[in-house]
Design a protein around this ligand. Structure first.
Ligand code: PLP
Length: 428
């Protein structure tokens, strides 16, 4: 029995499902989750000292690689000064200034402790600011697990969402409208019907929680237009795309300015951090300045702030994102070629440092429905073959992958050779 197997058996006695977040349980791929105990650069090491090239990067934060010395130094220095004060600190101002400099649509920002908190708070702010209850989101986008966002489309009814999880009140879910990502006509129709009741649209500007699906031309523009004409706020959930697809996030890459932006992952460099911010006139509605309540014991925690700032300094260096994009393209092109050589129907795509791949005959996946029609069984086989080869991919077919600054050409070549062998095993 491996240490991972032994630990998983032990974990299940005291932790529901043996994990503290469901995707870690390997339900999407089968088998026993790997327990890790250290990570360095592009590599992550399991409890049996097996090394893997890591494309999960703790689900996104590790854009400069694991255990970056500058991040660790910043944490060590702050550690000696105290872990948390629950009171204002200068480093929070530095962080706010840095975020507003990198993401110019954010004129003011509030720090929180996770992406979930960021989106939950941004939704409350949008509702408080507009005085409206309804919100629009898109099927296949994930915005964390707050009640208003754990909602799916009701059958046929455009306006009545239903809970996606027991425990979410139907009375709340009915205020969430779920539309199809990249469906411009549906967005327009929805706003024609109920636009004046809608507080906000929340969207992943590049969808990264249904594999990796970039926006089609005109989609983000349409969201901006319908928000402008109806008085709803446009929220870009850049928890995944922020500081990744471009220094200024997807809003910089696609040239669309949202009213509010939510951030997470990269901004904490692996510490629990999120943030939301945007136009000054909207953010001034947040307490204590305004009436919309929002708070947090550990928000703006100094250890988390110095870690995040160290990472933001590194990703602000010239060419950081060009290089990340180049590496992701090299990986994606290599995967496509390997699949073609072996004769596996396969599609792959990247948006800056995030990428996705699909076992499909199609060469363009633009919607949740198309994504769901891909061959999940092939993905599961591929995942396990790659694991045996020493490559750690997200243990679910619906997740984007991430490249970090630490991934070298050798690491990617190693991955591509492993992929070609894995494709062959699938074929046989
Ligand atoms: N928004 C997006 C786009 C995400 O990808 C995630 C998490 O994966 C979240 C929000 C929730 O963030 P967290 O898991 O930090 O609560």
């Amino acid at each position: 029995m491996s240490r991972s197997e032994a630990l998983f058996a032990r974990a299940q006695h005291r932790i529901p499902g043996g994990v503290n977040s469901p995707v870690r349980a390997f339900k999407g791929v089968g088998g026993t989750p790997i327990f890790f105990h250290k990570a360095q650069g592009a590599y992550i090491y399991d409890e049996d000292e097996q090394r893997y090239v890591d494309y999960v990067g703790s689900w996104g934060p590790m854009i400069i690689g694991h255990s970056h010395p500058k991040v660790l130094d910043a944490i060590r220095t702050q550690m000696d000064l105290g872990l948390s004060f629950g009171a204002p600190t200068e480093v929070e101002i530095t962080m706010a200034e840095k975020v507003c400099e990198l993401v110019p649509s954010m004129e003011m920002v509030r720090m929180v402790n996770s992406g979930t908190e960021a989106t939950m708070s941004a939704i409350r702010l949008a509702r408080g600011f507009t005085g409206r209850d309804k919100i629009v989101k898109f099927e296949g986008c994930y915005h964390g697990h707050s009640d208003s966002l754990l909602v799916k489309a009701g059958s046929g009814a455009l306006t009545l969402g239903v809970p996606n999880s027991p425990g979410v009140p139907a009375d709340l879910a009915k205020h969430t409208i779920t539309l199809q990502y990249n469906d411009i006509d549906e967005v327009k129709q929805c706003f024609q019907e109920v636009g004046n009741d809608i507080a906000c649209i929340i969207v992943e500007p590049v969808a990264g929680n249904m594999n990796c699906i970039p926006p089609v031309e005109g989609f983000l523009e349409t969201l901006r237009e319908v928000c402008d004409s109806s008085g709803a706020l446009l929220i870009f959930d850049e928890v995944m795309t922020g500081f990744r697809v471009a220094l200024g996030g997807a809003q910089e890459k696609y040239g669309i300015t949202p009213d509010l932006t939510t951030l997470g992952k990269v901004i904490g460099a692996g510490m629990p951090v999120g943030a939301f911010g945007g136009k000054r006139e909207v953010m001034e509605h947040i307490s204590p300045l305004g009436p919309v309540y929002q708070a947090g014991t550990l928000s703006g925690n100094p250890i988390a702030m110095v870690a995040g700032l160290a990472a933001l300094d590194i990703i602000s260096e010239p060419e950081f994102h060009t290089e990340l994009d180049r590496k992701a393209k090299y990986l994606v092109d290599g995967l496509l070629k390997a699949a073609e050589r072996v004769g596996i129907p396969f599609h792959a795509v990247n948006a800056g440092g995030m990428f996705g791949f699909f076992f499909t005959e199609s060469n363009a996946i633009t919607s949740f429905k198309e994504m769901m029609s891909c061959d999940i069984e092939r993905f599961k086989l591929f995942f396990h073959f790659m694991l045996e080869e020493g490559v750690y991919l997200a243990p679910a077919a619906y997740e984007a992958g991430f490249i970090s600054q630490a991934h070298t050409k050798d690491d990617i070549d190693f991955t591509l050779m492993a992929a070609e062998r894995s494709f062959k095993k699938i074929q046989s």
